[in-house]
Design a protein around this ligand. Structure first.
Ligand code: M6R
Length: 611
């Protein structure tokens, strides 16, 4: 995904845009640019980080009260100055920034080239800019109509902001499948792909719906659909603070977010567990509770870390609520012919609420008549609006590209759902219910204790920082933790890492084991403890290096493993919430020691809003 920011008002636009781009940089960071309209349009753009753009612009003319900026995650065309946004139409009449993909761009480009238009970049966005200009000049229509007509010809996704020297007091924003939010100030408007650049100016916002076009002048905002009918403006209040978006003394957002987990987990269950009545109350699910409790099957759809949380959910829901669960990669689900119908409950899990594959899978499930629920972190996001009902994780904004606190918040919600359904179905005795609740309440303090071991994680990281490969193994609910540990390591340190069910090791990965292979075991005391002890011995017998996450007081594994990390004892169902924390921190320290950009790993973006 990329970041979009726009401003129209009475203040200097450039500082607003640069500050906004810095806030949005987690969404994409291979190039950045701004366009400033002051009679003519001036464009500055550069490959690299927003700070490089800022250096480039320093000392140049930036006077303007209308402008827009973009930070890019490349889809069409490599990251370079030319492909960076904004893009201008051939005659310079229109300038646009765009998130998403114009799927029919090559057909449109050919048509425009046949008309003699020239292109300078490899992007789909320049095609759109030229299409708008072509319609504007050949059909003699207004700026607004040219943009609507062009967007009607587009197949694909767009979050678009456009300005035109032909109507220099107008800014146009339009969306299909790629989010845009507009902040309402006093004779000024802020446009952005998420609310982070807006929050310090206003808490009054409008989330654009699909095929909305906003016509924005300093003193008015008109919302229309693509066929120019006026639509209703629905103003919401932002619940976000500026301090949430800052590092607050931590070296990186990822580190801050790891350390925030005791609080984010607590915020996620607080107010939802009624200890007086022994009840779990998930407000967002009240209307669909019966259908959920009586579901014959739950299908989880998600990607990446959220998919790992879904696997933990499968374990919990099948164990505590006895409903069969299937966990699907959203990207696979949407492209086969899944057997989904009105009897199914589909549960979409997403931190950002904007992941394109998850959104498409939701659409498919809705069309098939399933009840579609969501677990989402970003309020007002597309997934939270496209699902029939759902539960927010209250993790707070997550800026580090590697998901950390969103995973534990998602697992917290899934735990509450499983316990709630199990209780409603009469499967959990009062005593087991109270015990699980007590365990859940105890998780934040246990994580605090684990965080105190940070120096130990650093020491282990120092030993393994030069490894080329790593294996993560766990059984039962610890298997998804192994997957998540491996994902954390590979995405931020670029060390190849695999997660496996520990018993599967003998079916292939064991061939990889030698003295250079760190093998991380999640080996807490649970039903398969003896089995995992055997697996550790099998690795040691082949000279593998074992790092084991064990339950406090474990003496058996201490004898065999090269390093043990003791975590407080918890109920087997909840162990993923604590066991994942050392893995997050070890990955963090290794990445840092290897000189990697922890918060903005190469080639990645916070959320994948294109397929
Ligand atoms: O926003 P989402 O939860 O839908 O994102 C899904 C994945 O892209 C995401 O979890 C990704 O795998 C993480 N960056 C991994 O740390």
């Amino acid at each position: 995904m990329c970041g979009i920011v726009g401003y129209i008002g009475t203040r200097d636009a450039y500082p607003v845009l640069i500050k906004g781009l810095k806030r949005l940089e987690y969404r994409g960071y291979d190039s950045a640019g701004v366009a400033l309209l002051n009679g003519d349009t001036t464009i500055y753009k550069k490959k690299g980080k927003v700070s490089e753009l800022e250096d480039y612009v320093r000392g140049k003319e930036t006077k303007s009260t209308i402008g827009m900026g973009h930070t890019r995650w490349a889809t069409h065309g490599e990251p370079n100055d030319v492909n960076a946004h904004p893009h201008q139409s051939e005659k310079g009449l229109f300038t646009i920034i765009h998130n998403g993909i114009i799927e029919n761009y090559s057909v449109l480009k050919k048509t425009l080239m046949d008309q003699g238009m020239k292109f300078y970049s490899e992007t789909d966005t320049e095609v759109l800019a030229n299409l708008i200009e072509y319609i504007y000049t050949s059909e003699d229509v207004s700026v607004e109509v040219a943009i609507s007509l062009a967007l009607q010809k587009v197949v694909g996704a767009f979050g678009l902001v456009a300005i035109s020297s032909e109507d220099p007091n107008l800014m146009i924003a339009a969306r299909r499948s790629s989010p845009l939010v507009i902040g309402l100030g006093n004779n000024e408007y802020f446009i952005a792909s998420d609310a982070t650049p807006i929050v310090e100016y206003t808490d009054r916002v409008i989330y654009l719906n699909n095929d909305d076009i906003a016509l924005i002048r300093r003193d008015e905002l008109i919302l229309k659909n693509l066929v120019s009918e006026t639509t209703k403006v629905n103003i919401k209040t932002l619940e976000m603070s500026i301090s949430e978006m800052e590092k607050q003394g931590y070296e990186h957002f990822m580190l801050k977010e790891i350390f925030e987990q005791p609080r984010s987990i607590m915020d996620t269950f607080r107010g939802r567990i009624q200890t007086e009545t022994n009840e779990i109350r998930l407000g967002g699910l009240l209307d669909v509770k019966d259908q959920l409790v009586n579901a014959k099957r739950i299908v989880v759809i998600a990607c990446g870390t959220s998919w790992h949380a879904g696997l933990v959910g499968e374990y919990l829901i099948e164990d505590l609520a006895r409903i069969p669960v299937e966990v699907e990669y959203a990207s696979e689900f949407r492209y086969r012919n899944p057997m989904i119908g009105p009897d199914d409950v589909v549960l979409a899990i997403s931190q950002s609420g904007e992941t394109a594959d998850t959104l498409a899978a939701i659409q498919l499930a809705r069309e098939a008549g399933a009840l579609v629920l969501g677990i989402c972190n970003v309020a007002g996001s597309s997934i939270s609006r496209e699902t029939h009902a759902g539960v927010y994780t209250h993790a707070g904004i997550e800026i580090g590209v590697a998901s950390t606190k969103s995973f534990t918040a998602q697992v917290t919600v899934l735990t509450m759902m499983a316990i709630m359904i199990g209780k409603e179905k009469g499967l959990l005795s009062e005593q087991r219910f109270s015990q699980l609740i007590k365990e859940l309440y105890a998780v934040p303090a246990k994580i605090e204790k684990i965080l105190e071991l940070n120096d130990e994680f650093k020491r282990i990281a120092e030993i393994y920082k030069d490894a080329s490969n790593a294996l993560y193994l766990g059984r039962g609910v610890s298997f998804p933790v192994a997957l998540e540990g491996a994902l954390k390591l590979k995405e931020i340190s670029y060390i190849h890492a695999e997660g496996y069910p520990a018993a599967e090791m003998k079916h292939g990965p064991i061939a990889l084991i030698d003295a250079n292979m760190p093998v991380v075991f999640i080996a807490t005391m649970d039903g398969s403890y003896d089995k995992i002890v055997n697996n550790i011995q099998e690795v040691k017998a082949r000279n593998g290096e074992v790092i084991a996450i064990v339950t406090e007081g474990d003496t058996i594994i201490r004898e065999m493993a090269d390093h043990v990390i003791e975590i407080p004892k918890s109920d087997e169902s909840l162990v993923s919430l604590t066991a994942v924390v050392p893995l997050q921190l070890i990955a963090y320290h290794i990445a840092l020691m290897r000189g990697c950009n922890v918060d903005q790993p190469r080639n990645l973006a916070k959320s994948v809003t294109v397929e």
